[in-house]
Design a protein around this ligand. Structure first.
Ligand code: FDA
Ligand code: NAD
Length: 431
């Protein structure tokens, strides 16, 4: 089969790219999306949140893209109406960029004129760290919807049981909450001195750790899982920790990081910082090949540095930029460079935070960060070279979140960190 445009991958970036192709007037038969998953592109963040809840449960087709950013929901019929081929349950196992050919596990060949690589990330697995017994039943990872379905089944089968969550990052925090909401007895284990060390300061983490503890989550820091016990059915029964402790477990969820899926292209394309190197239009080193979302290492204009971002907002925006760039170059028109302001968020229990900008330099904590306070609302600023470069806010209103986003974009100067801490959100609302 041959197409003018092929998107390899059927996740968030692919879905948002498809919508932009339609906006740009792609003709029926020109575009194909090839995805290992069995369903049309959906908002992946739902998998670690409402997908797992016992009430108010999210299920497809409810969260197909682009509902996560308030846009139209692209149901499978939408692709048919637009003449976009959605080639699902199809894993590409070989890519030859020189001959513009992709080959699937079933041996089908797909030719393209322009390729967008949107393969996203895969999970890091415990055997990669040399952990024994990690192939026992009821040890789960979470990236795709079929994995979420298996976890949901286990939650039902092991009702009110014991769960151990390995990892203290995004998956660790969101899954510990989801399992607790399902009335599991939850322990969360991670090696660092505080949770989410990639982003949180000690002050921010202290709030979430106390809040989780008050919800009944048992947090175990400074150690790692080194092995698992199993019963006669091959199901996990306990988690052995490096410090000698043993935790009983009916379910284990592992979230120890992700890695971009670039293996198909090794040696054929320039890579940097673990991803596929692109310019500000998401063009790679290979002509007619673009890379977007988690796999792209792109110029972050605001910080004059090239970086990779593993979050949904960038997946959406990079996909749109790449498609705009493809059409602009076909029509010989210029478009603006990608000028991305990092935006990350998470939700768990009745908490919700947003972060914008760069988490470098000195920090100040502001607001009410008492986990037991009914009016908790707090945040943090990051200050580098006398300017505010990053801002975090828990429980902000839409206006307050907009204000911290503006601060991170404008990077206003600050004279006194003490004054900044006292002013807190008032500082942001003045910008
Ligand atoms: P994505 O992973 O969405 O899609 C990649 C697609 O490519 C998949 O469909 C995959 O099957 C397919 N594929 C890969 N290799 C293939 C091959 N060889 N052949 C065919 N198909 C192939 N971010 C955030 O900002 N806020 C949040 O709350 C969350 N929550 C969240 C929860 C969970 C459970 C996960 C796993 C991730 C998040 N994220 C997030 C991160 C966010 O979802 C992520 O950054 C985007 O999905 C990245 O979009 P991509 O399209 O790049 O990859
Ligand atoms: P992460 O990088 O956020 O966290 C990894 C965590 O693994 C570390 O913080 C550490 O605590 C732990 N760890 C590392 N080595 C370990 C070991 N040997 N034993 C035990 N723990 C160890 O990655 P993640 O939480 O697995 O998330 C995977 C991907 O999904 C990332 O790309 C993330 O951005 C994305 N995601 C994002 C969101 C969000 O943005 N709200 C939500 C879920 C997932």
């Amino acid at each position: 089969m041959a197409f003018k445009y092929v998107i390899l991958g059927g996740g968030v970036a692919a879905g948002y790219a498809a919508r932009e192709f339609a906006n740009q007037g792609v003709k029926p038969g020109e575009l194909a999306i090839i995805s290992k998953e069995a369903v049309a592109p959906y908002e992946r963040p739902a998998l670690s949140k409402a997908y797992l809840f016992p009430e108010g449960t999210a299920r497809l087709p409810g969260f197909h893209v682009c509902v996560g950013s308030g846009g139209e929901r692209l149901l499978p019929e939408w692709y048919t109406e637009k003449g976009i081929s959605l080639i699902l349950s199809t894993e590409i196992v070989k890519a030859d960029l020189a001959s513009k050919t992709l080959i699937s596990a079933a041996g089908e060949t797909y030719k393209y004129q322009t390729l967008i690589i949107a393969t996203g990330s895969t999970v890091i697995r415990l055997p990669d760290f040399g952990v024994q017994g990690a192939d026992a039943k009821n040890i789960f990872y979470l990236r795709e919807i079929d994995e979420a379905d298996k976890l949901v089944e286990a939650i039902k089968a092991k009702k009110n049981g014991k769960a151990v969550v390995v990892g203290g990052g995004y998956i660790g925090l969101e899954l510990s909450a989801a399992l607790r909401i399902n009335n599991f007895d939850v322990s969360m284990v991670f090696p660092e001195p505080w949770c989410m060390p990639r982003l949180f300061t000690a002050g921010i983490a202290a709030f979430y750790e106390s809040y989780y503890a008050n919800k009944g989550v048992n947090i175990i820091k400074g150690t790692v899982a080194v092995g698992f016990g199993t019963n006669g059915k091959g199901e996990v029964t306990d988690v052995k920790l490096k410090d000698g402790r043993v935790l009983e477990a009916d379910i284990v969820v592992v979230g120890v990081g992700g890695k971009p899926l670039t293996t198909l292209f090794k040696g054929q394309i320039e890579e940097e910082k673990g991803g596929i190197k692109t310019d500000s239009f998401f063009k790679t080193s290979v002509p007619d090949v673009y890379a977007v979302g988690d796999v792209a290492t792109f110029p972050m204009k605001l910080y004059d540095e090239i970086r990779r971002v593993e979050h949904v907002d960038h997946a959406r925006k990079s996909a749109e930029q790449a498609v705009k760039a493809i059409f602009a170059s076909e029509h010989g028109k210029p478009i603006s460079e990608y000028d991305y302001l990092p935006y990350f968020y998470s939700r768990s229990f009745d908490l919700s935070w947003q972060f914008y900008g760069d988490n470098v330099g000195e920090t100040v904590l502001f607001g009410d960060s008492q986990p037991t306070s009914p009016t908790h609302k707090f945040g943090s600023y990051w200050i580098k070279d006398g300017k505010v470069v990053g801002a975090f806010l828990e429980s902000g209103t839409p206006e307050e979140n907009k204000a911290i986003a503006k601060v991170a974009r404008v990077q206003p100067p600050v004279e006194s960190l003490d004054q900044l801490a006292t002013e807190g959100l008032t500082f942001a609302s003045k910008i």
